[in-house]
Design a protein around this ligand. Sequence first.
Ligand code: IPM
Ligand code: MN
Length: 365
Amino acid sequence: MAAFKIAVLEGDGIGPEIMAEAVKLLKVVAERSGLELDLGYGAFGASAYFSHGRAFPDETKRLCDEAQAILKGPIGLSHEESQKIPVDEQPERGALLPLRRRYNTFANFRPVYLPQELAHFSPLKSAVIGSGIDFIIIRELVGGLYFGAKESGINAQGKRYVTESLEYDEDQISRIAHVAFDTAMGRKKVLHNIHKSNVLKSSVLWNEIIAEVGANYPEVEVRHILVDAAATYLCLNPGQFDVMVMENMFGDILSDQGGGILGSLGLMPSACVGPEKAYYEPSHGSAPDIAGQNIANPYSMIGSVAMMLEMSLHLPEEGSRLWQAMRRVFGRGYCTPDLSQETDVKMISTSDFGDLVVEELAAAD
Ligand code: IPM
Ligand code: MN
């Protein structure tokens, strides 16, 4: 069998440290399942700008073009450091958005999951959490404000101005709606449609298409919630959600809130899926303030490997073993500094976490 080609983009800040753990686990899983891997590393993000003069260098583009899946670490710098890079080469605009556009990764899956035994990580009261948190945000990833027309300059009154447009056409909405309904069919058959149709015309079209696509899925119950109200319900009653679908910017904001109710963005992996290729990344940033200290939580990066095993390598059992192994490590009372301020917990480093997951995987055999 030919080796499975993966482009590995370590990114900035804590990226290389958490990627090292993710790759360690990926190799353990590959070994166990007889999978041959061909890993190619590429420069990407602010570090690539400094080493190659481009945030998404041509050789990295080629590496990604040839890969069957892409594993990507977080990118970005502190606000001050970012100012040293020209606006269009800053890693979000110069690398990440071009990566999403290049592979048209319109479907972003962001699971928000905390089993009951880890519920103590959440800032929410146990009465609110009930039996844990378990829903998935499906975020449209290549449309809306992020990719709409932008213009800035001086207006007729001599004032600096900017406009950015929130653009969607029916096909863009329809394809993400199908993904959301299909996901709902595989879960509880309840889909929360998040919108702002009381103000935005884009949401009016969005809702129309949701209704049209929904007609093909009579078993799925659709519940419509305004995005601002959804933000409140995520705190007051997250248990009501199972699958949520929304446009790009709403998904950016609510998925960070998802990390907040879990207790850390370090618990938020994600998959970004396009027609031909998917890439996998944590939902969080590169945390430059703690980079290089071996204290970052690698769960989101290893979880992204688990999602890659499930979605690109079609090894759902291996993915699920990896999830379970990570949760058992936390279940044994270990935690990384993002998850607790308490002193009596068993605090572990980034690499300790990876090693303990390796141990748990071996013990499960
Ligand atoms: C995310 C990130 C990105 C986004 C940034 C880094 C451009 O916050 O993946 O959620 O806004 O999409
Ligand atoms: Mn975000």
